[in-house]
Design a protein around this ligand. Structure first.
Ligand code: NAD
Length: 493
């Protein structure tokens, strides 16, 4: 099929049925030429007036210049958060805090379309995902945690205990779910009575800055939420600041380890949500059509930029051929292209750097002898794109079976017995998530007891709910976000 170049959409196979473009209007969002840091309730340039550009990865078009926070700015933000904690937010009754958090939840819902378009522009993800997943879930997180703000004593953290907030939380987040990760961090911290300094990822700062506007709109007292934009140095300044009592980090295992080293001995409380290399295990008795959808959702949702992505497919040998045939057919129907087109399934890779990483690891897969396959697919000329890719003939020793690729690349391995499936699934330094596909409930229970993963989905994949805790262990990190468990990380219980 023909690619339609910049801003267009590319169909992956010939098809009798052509879709007309269904672009989401971009005009709902007004992007300012430049953005300041959000400190003490106001937007202001960085002390040294440095900035960086954020671009649309689907077109490489610059979207805005954003302030680059240095140590002096981070210091100002932490001081603002401390004052707000001591004077306003800490002493405020939970029911009163809840009103602000509900307001934020409601305003996100009211401005959902604006958030969705901005997220797709800055991140490259398809509008149907930002519209139907990221933004509604972000709002739901604020709604959910608002409900806890006046019930902390009943959260079950110890009989008769009066859980207290920790103080100032320094929070650093990645680019794959920019608004949603901000919500995962801010909502429980605020409900528990902490104040926050949040550092969004350098390639996706815009929805966090729109969220700052929402905080203003909600009348949130100044200094309760502060947003400092910048890259790794800004993040390092946040986590190393002596005025930060609690560090919450979501990102790569490598950076997580650096943060652990810098926080060692400081007494700061930590939670780490890191990388993953999840096994999605399909048994021969699984409903194969459903499993195919689950595999597609597991690894091609959000271009595979998902920490819990089902990046290793483990399929029972007896059904491997038929499952892979169906999977290839299904991949041929995916539509790659303009993230703002409502028909698009696969959007842009978030950055040049990430695209290079995906290319390098895929080349390593071929060099190690795995067979690479993608549906026929012409990529748009501008922007960062990678076709949905499946590697078969993968052995557990291959780099593509061991390392997190964080892209639309599936590594397929086979197994013969349930014991072999468990051994292969657990053969990873990570432990974030897994999937199991089988008709038998007893087999689901047998397997979930043996899989070393924080979350196991059965006959589904990538399902999230604010009431449900999420997190990993081993190199996937520690601590839980979501649910009652997510509050505990922000309480001095
Ligand atoms: P990254 O670790 O490079 O960056 C994450 C954040 O940390 C960014 O805001 C970055 O600016 C900041 N940062 C970089 N160096 C820092 C330092 N030395 N000190 C403090 N902050 C620093 O990761 P990424 O590439 O943005 O995100 C992808 C990674 O995040 C993947 O490994 C993915 O699995 C992981 N992730 C995990 C979860 C989870 O819940 N477990 C969720 C989403 C993403």
């Amino acid at each position: 099929m023909k690619g339609s170049g910049k801003g267009g959409r590319t169909e992956l196979t010939d098809s009798a049925w052509q879709y007309a473009p269904a672009p989401q209007e971009r005009e709902i969002v007004t992007i300012a030429p430049s953005y300041g840091l959000f400190v003490n309730g106001e937007f202001a340039p960085a002390a040294d007036e440095r900035t960086f550009a954020t671009i649309n990865p689907a077109s490489e078009e610059p979207l805005a210049e954003v302030a680059l926070a240095g140590e002096a700015d981070v210091d100002r933000a932490v001081r603002a958060a401390r004052t707000a904690f001591d004077k306003v937010w800490g002493p405020m009754p939970g029911a009163q805090r809840a009103k602000y958090i509900y307001r934020i939840a409601r305003i996100i819902a009211e401005r959902a379309r604006e958030f969705a378009v901005l997220e797709s522009l800055d991140n490259g993800k398809p509008i149907k995902e930002s519209r139907d997943v990221d933004v509604p879930l972000a709002s739901a997180h604020f709604f959910y945690y608002a409900g806890w703000a006046d019930k902390l004593e009943y959260a079950g953290f110890g009989l008769g205990a009066r859980p207290r907030p920790i103080g100032v939380a320094g929070q650093v987040i990645p680019w794959n779910f920019p608004l949603l990760m901000a919500a995962w961090k801010l909502a429980p911290a605020l409900a528990a009575g902490n104040t926050c300094v949040l550092k969004p990822a350098e390639t996706t700062p815009l929805t966090a800055l729109l969220l700052a506007e929402v905080c203003q709109q909600a009348g949130l007292p100044e200094g309760v939420v502060n947003i400092v934009t910048g890259a790794g140095d800004t993040g390092a300044a946040v986590v190393a600041h002596p005025g930060v009592d609690k560090v919450a980090f979501t990102g790569s295992t490598e950076v997580g380890k650096q943060i652990l080293r810098s926080a060692a001995g400081t007494g700061k409380k930590l939670t780490m949500e890191l990388g993953g290399k999840a096994a999605n295990v399909v048994f021969e008795d699984a409903p194969l059509e459903a499993a195919v959808e689950g595999i597609v959702n597991g690894i091609f949702f959000n271009q595979g930029h998902v920490c819990c992505a089902g990046s290793r497919l483990l399929v029972q040998e007896s059904v491997a051929d038929i499952l892979l045939d169906r999977l290839r057919r299904r991949l041929g129907t995916l539509r790659l292209g303009d993230p703002l087109d409502k028909n698009t399934d696969i959007g842009a890779i978030n950055s040049r750097e990430q695209l290079d990483k995906i290319r390098d690891l895929s080349a390593a897969g071929e060099a190690e002898g795995a067979q690479r396959w993608s549906p026929p697919c012409q990529l748009p000329e501008r922007g960062y794109w990678f076709p949905p890719t499946v590697f078969t003939g993968v052995s557990p020793a291959h780099q593509i079976a061991r390392e997190e690729i964080f892209g639309p690349v599936l590594s397929v391995l086979t197994f013969r017995t349930p014991e072999e499936a468990v051994a292969k699934a657990n053969n990873t330094p990570y432990g974030l998530s897994a999937g199991v596909w089988t008709e038998k409930g007893s087999r689901i229970l047998w397997l979930t007891q043996r899989l070393r993963a924080g979350v196991v989905w059965a006959n589904t994949y990538n399902r999230f709910d604010p009431a449900s805790p999420f997190g990993g262990y081993r190199e996937s990190g520690f601590g839980r976000e979501g649910g009652r468990h997510g509050l505990e990380a922000y309480l001095d219980a």
